[in-house]
Ligand binder design. Sequence first.
Ligand code: 0X9
Ligand code: ZN
Length: 559
Amino acid sequence: MKKSILWLVAGLVVVMLAVALPGLAARAQADAPDSSLPGGTFAVRIYYNEISDLDNLNGYDVWEYNNLKERYVLASMTQDGYYQLAQQGWRMEVDEEGTNMLNPAYVDALLDEYRTVDQLYADMDAIHAANPTITEIVDYGDSYCKSIGGCVTPGGDAQAGYDLRAMRITNQAITGDKPAFFLMANIHAREITTPELAMRMIDWLVNGYNTNADATWIVDYHEVWVVPSVNPDGRWIVDLGTQPPYNNGRWTQRKNANRSDGCNSWPPNGFSQYGIDLNRNHSFMWNSGGSSGQPCNLEFRGSSAASEMEVAQLETLVKSIIPDQRGPGITDPAPLTATGIFITMHSYSELVLWPWGFTTSPAPNKVNLQKIGDKFATYNGYTSCQPSICLYDTSGTSDDFAYGELGVASFTFEVGTSFMPPYSQIDSIQWPDNAPALQYAARIARMPYKLVEGPDSRNLSATPFAPNQVFLRAELNDTQNGGQVIKFGFYSIDKPYWVAGFSPHALYPRDGSYNTSNEVGAAVIDTSGLTPGRHIIYVHAMDVNNNLGPASAIFLDVP
Ligand code: 0X9
Ligand code: ZN
């Protein structure tokens, strides 16, 4: 699927060869040119009835993408090939986006809209400088190129390499152990929308501190770790784009920039490139299926488990943040009280994936991993599934590592529908789709396996209606958390339940009784005892199975 567009580059070559064959060239001349079709090479959707029909497309440059819902595959095509297939009865349609991606100038223009690693790092610096008490930049190691004193591509492009950088976001004035949400992006270099989403998560927390009640308590009581680019060296190759002399796919780099394993394929393309697939290099169950031992393969696992700097140091960082909560046996579950949550963002396919990837067997915490994955999917509309079942086997991936090693609830998001959409789609589609899921992850980080079973508290309002009287209202909804009847709702002011001095007050059912899975709870708050200024109201609900839901919060400004 997502490797799809890369076949473009391969496709170009194949089609050029085909056109050069004398027999085909003669036929092309014989057919009258169709003015409704683009000239040269273009992309088409080829519709099929049965998957087995696709066997008859051998010899055509069919990309990896397969739209199962609408039943079409994409292929690069010339008018000549189009006529041949049309004569055989295939229904086809020109695919505009695919056709655009065959044009180097178009690709470069899109690429230019995205931040480079240097720009991402400069923006992290600026965010930290403006918000020093709630952010910290953690340099957790050096990229491969930096560690060897610089890299040169076979084409002569030189890079110095990069620091490996995380941002830790938490209010440093509140100390103690805090539940962690670890969010990483761009382990695959060409998946360039993912660092943008990671940066927007940082922005939401930092800009929301003291302006959005949920962002505020998350920053106060949780710690969010964000690594916008796990693979900066590879990303640097991507940013070389399509410029001459290669005029093609350096932007197709998926792996890191280590070429010490013997592959010197250059420039990269969709089936051959140097580097290690960092999402096959993790130590947990490394080399147990779904990876390649061929250095030029796109899923090359590397020479040994966690051989790559980028992976080894990431693992050390994650293990320093999230405690090990799972036994050593492959079937040992983590307790449902396990803390922390881990998400790695990839593109593309609109999927929420959860362990295991290396086997089709269920993970010991499968039931609750799936509950969380399904819950994310209610927000982003993606398909939630176990990758070894709905996609393909993979070993040495980040999510299997985080869950397998530590028992932490871990997920892969495959965001969006292409590697390089117009940049405006980050803010018009990808962030709006994924922000609520990422924010939910941050809210349940304390105990994800349990909190996901508890009701949501939604649409809070706190409305002053008389001197010192505020009407608090919240929707207490369990319909997407198991569907149990609401047992009760409560709120507390300034102190959430995990803080000493917490004092709960009841929310009363608006309709007289809590007897459905979707209720409205309300209370009148007397503010006369509160100090003037800004307070936070925390709201929770519990269902009849005694599942407690995560906090939702709203500000209460006392004059
Ligand atoms: O193959 C991959 O690494 C992921 N797809 S991508 O196109 N972004 O490269 C899918 C990984 C699926 N497996 C796990 N999440 N474990
Ligand atoms: Zn990926």
